[in-house]
Design a protein around this ligand. Structure first.
Ligand code: ZN
Length: 135
């Protein structure tokens, strides 16, 4: 397994950042022709999503819908220090890890899927950990 780490600075409290090209570059540099690319976000108020980027309004819709499901002013028990319970719950719904195929030395995602880092309590500096396995 090869490990890599990306640092992604975010600029808003909530935003979706397309990280597909950065991850695909790591895959290409790894020299792995066929294998798996594991992606893990080591945070509890950020997450990963797979969706379309051709229309940027799709991910805005996803984040807006999450905010309606889990509003910032909702009733939560987690109120210590940071007052960000909505971000914790939204991150739990999205998840913080995914595995993708590597084929012909590149991510094999299909035509429309892109990989997004979802910032839910920014702005912060976020990490994306990447593990690449051959075979
Ligand atoms: Zn918190």
């Amino acid at each position: 397994m090869q490990f890599h780490e990306l640092t992604i600075p975010t600029s808003e409290r909530r935003q979706a950042i397309d990280v597909t090209d950065r991850i695909d570059a790591v895959v290409a540099d790894s020299g792995t022709a066929e294998g798996l690319c594991h992606i893990y976000v080591p945070h509890v108020t950020a997450a990963l999503a797979v969706n379309e980027a051709k229309d940027p309004l799709v991910m805005i819709d996803v984040l807006d819908h999450l905010a309606r499901l889990v509003p910032a002013d909702g009733e939560y028990r987690h109120r210590c220090q940071d007052d960000n319970a909505d971000a914790h719950v939204q991150a739990a719904l999205l998840g913080n890890q995914r595995t993708f195929f590597i084929r012909n030395g590149r991510l094999w995602l299909g035509t429309y899927p892109r990989i997004f880092l979802c910032e839910l309590d920014g702005p912060r500096r976020r990490q994306v950990w990447i593990g690449i396995s051959r075979g």
